[in-house]
Design a protein around this ligand. Structure first.
Ligand code: NAD
Ligand code: UDX
Length: 469
């Protein structure tokens, strides 16, 4: 295949938008068109004010501003973009199935298949198809099956190129990735396709960081990387409960084990539980794959990571209830943070949703402040759980745009997201406006507990045994 000059990406979400913006920035000689069925999303990517793009990521609006209209385009004309492109990235959502076989575990590949069929229908010349979405191992064979039975003589090469960016640091991660992984067929045509994609990344990624493997290793490595990362969080979180019983301090334990170079310091931050659209979905998928091959012990092993995470979220909510004298009925509890981590507006699988749901069952009144999450998203997240009527969620939860208002008159503050701005608040002012005893449940070990105690707060951090009475 000749040099790639036209790329299309199907799916303008948290992955498609930022990854393609970075390719466009680094490769001005390549025309990059990102398409999506969601008109509102495309409209937002094209918003005149680049601060209104639909994905909040530090630095992203600058990258988009540089390339948009030059060689980066956002469009709803999916067929046209497929037709024109030599290389097509598929970056659509692959959520956990909510129906039928594999419900609650398997990845729903409905959108992947729709893309493959659309590509098959539209293509008139040879193309390279790149799996950017996270997919179960061996999905490429299904895509190939669909694409090779079109009868129009068009040749397709299928590559796996999973994305490892983390939200909140997407621009940094894309600019200087630890590695780029490209899986392809070990045939002459497969090798040419792999090289075409290597050449694109080589515009800014050092060659030794571009790893090439067979397609299946690449697909499985993505699920595995997420499983390993999530396992670290569940491992440290499992120890928080022991710390709370034994006067060990989880921050000290994390530091002590993290200085062993074989363990390393990252991803050992105790928390209210991991969230995000990837970890749970990908581990459940791994569990499903293992079970489908009859590998019961392997499935059970990884499933425990999710079980521990669910336990941690529930435990946090229960601690709030217990500490508020075993009832939160009618009590106002302020939530600082709703996003699943700082520096993103994404709330998918955020621990805050589950903690709120638990407290609402106990008739608490919750007031939420998050610097980037809009009101309608908070209600949509709660409604999606289907625990109660939408009106009841509206009655039980208020979304407030001023943090000081959010905690005025409250019995307690729960920190659910580690937004930096929380650290700089006027905590004396907050204390003065709360009911006493004023309590803080720090689900991120973000705040300086000693300083807060000096003001008069009762503080409960994760994995420390300081039990304020
Ligand atoms: P997303 O839901 O934000 O975006 C997916 C987009 O695809 C949506 O806007 C949807 O409208 C669009 N879409 C679906 N079917 C389509 C079709 N047939 N034609 C055109 N558009 C279509 O999802 P995301 O977070 O960007 O994730 C995409 C994939 O990347 C998933 O497989 C996910 O597991 C993986 N991934 C996500 C992250 C992350 O941090 N979010 C990181 C690495 C990998
Ligand atoms: C993750 C992977 O890191 C990334 O490589 C992959 O491409 C997508 O999935 P993401 O979910 O965006 O990225 O964020 P990440 O930083 O991994 O955090 C996931 C969750 O774990 C967040 O809720 C975060 O708060 C939590 N976490 C992370 C902890 O509780 N403790 C930690 O030490 C690290």
């Amino acid at each position: 295949m000749e040099n790639i000059t036209k790329i299309c990406c199907i799916g303008a979400g948290y992955v498609g938008g930022p990854t393609m913006a970075m390719i466009a920035k680094k490769c001005p000689h390549i025309q990059v068109t990102v398409v999506d069925l969601n008109e509102a999303r495309i409209k937002a990517w094209n918003d005149e004010d680049v601060n209104n793009i639909p994905v909040y990521e530090p630095g992203l609006s600058d990258v988009v501003a540089e390339a948009r209209g030059r060689n980066l385009f956002f469009s709803t004309e999916v067929d046209k973009a497929i037709d024109e492109a030599q290389m097509i990235f598929i970056s659509v959502n692959t959520p956990t199935k909510t129906y039928g076989a594999g419900k609650g575990q398997a990845a729903d590949l409905k959108w992947i298949e729709l893309c493959a069929r659309q590509i098959a229908n539209i293509s008139k010349d040879n193309k390279i198809i790149v799996e950017k979405s996270t997919l179960p191992v061996r999905t490429a064979s299904a895509i190939k099956d669909i694409l090779t039975h079109t009868g129009n003589g068009v040749q397709f090469q299928i590559l796996s190129n999973p994305e490892f960016l983390a939200e909140g640091t997407a621009v940094e991660d894309l600019d200087a990735p630890d590695r780029v992984l490209i899986g392809g067929d070990n045939t002459p045509e497969g090798k040419v396709a792999v090289q075409a994609l290597v050449d694109i990344y080589a515009n800014w990624v050092p060659k030794e960081r571009i790893l090439t493997t067979n397609v299946w290793s690449s697909e499985l490595s993505k699920l595995t990387a997420n499983a390993f990362l999530a396992q670290r969080v569940s491992s440290i979180n499992s120890l928080t409960e022991i710390c709370e019983q034994t006067e060990a301090d989880i921050n000290e334990v994390a530091k002590a084990i993290g200085t062993d170079s074989r363990i390393g310091p990252k991803f050992l931050k105790a928390s209210v539980g991991f969230g995000g659209s990837c970890f749970q979905k990908d581990i459940l998928n791994l569990v499903y794959i293992a079970r489908s091959y009859g590998l019961q012990e392997v499935a059970d092993y990884w499933e425990q990571v999710i079980i521990m995470n669910d336990h941690q979220k529930r435990r946090f909510a229960n601690q709030i209830i217990k500490n508020l004298y075993n009832t939160v009925n009618g009590k106002k509890i302020a939530f600082f943070g709703w996003a699943f981590k700082k520096d993103t507006n994404d709330t998918r699988e955020s621990a805050a949703i589950y903690v709120a749901d638990h407290l609402l069952n106990e008739q608490a009144h919750i007031s939420v402040y998050d610097p980037k999450v809009p009101e309608n998203q908070v209600y949509a997240d709660l409604d999606y759980l289907n625990t109660r009527e939408a009106e009841e969620n509206k009655a039980g939860v208020q979304v407030i745009t001023d943090p000081y208002e959010a905690c005025k008159g409250s019995h307690a503050i729960a920190v659910l997201t580690e937004w930096d701005e929380f650290k700089g608040y006027d905590w004396q002012r907050i204390y003065d406006n709360m009911l006493k005893p004023a309590k803080i449940f720090d689900g991120r070990n973000l705040l300086d507990a000693d300083k807060l105690r000096a003001i008069g707060f009762q503080v409960r951090s994760i994995g420390t045994n300081v039990l304020d009475k």
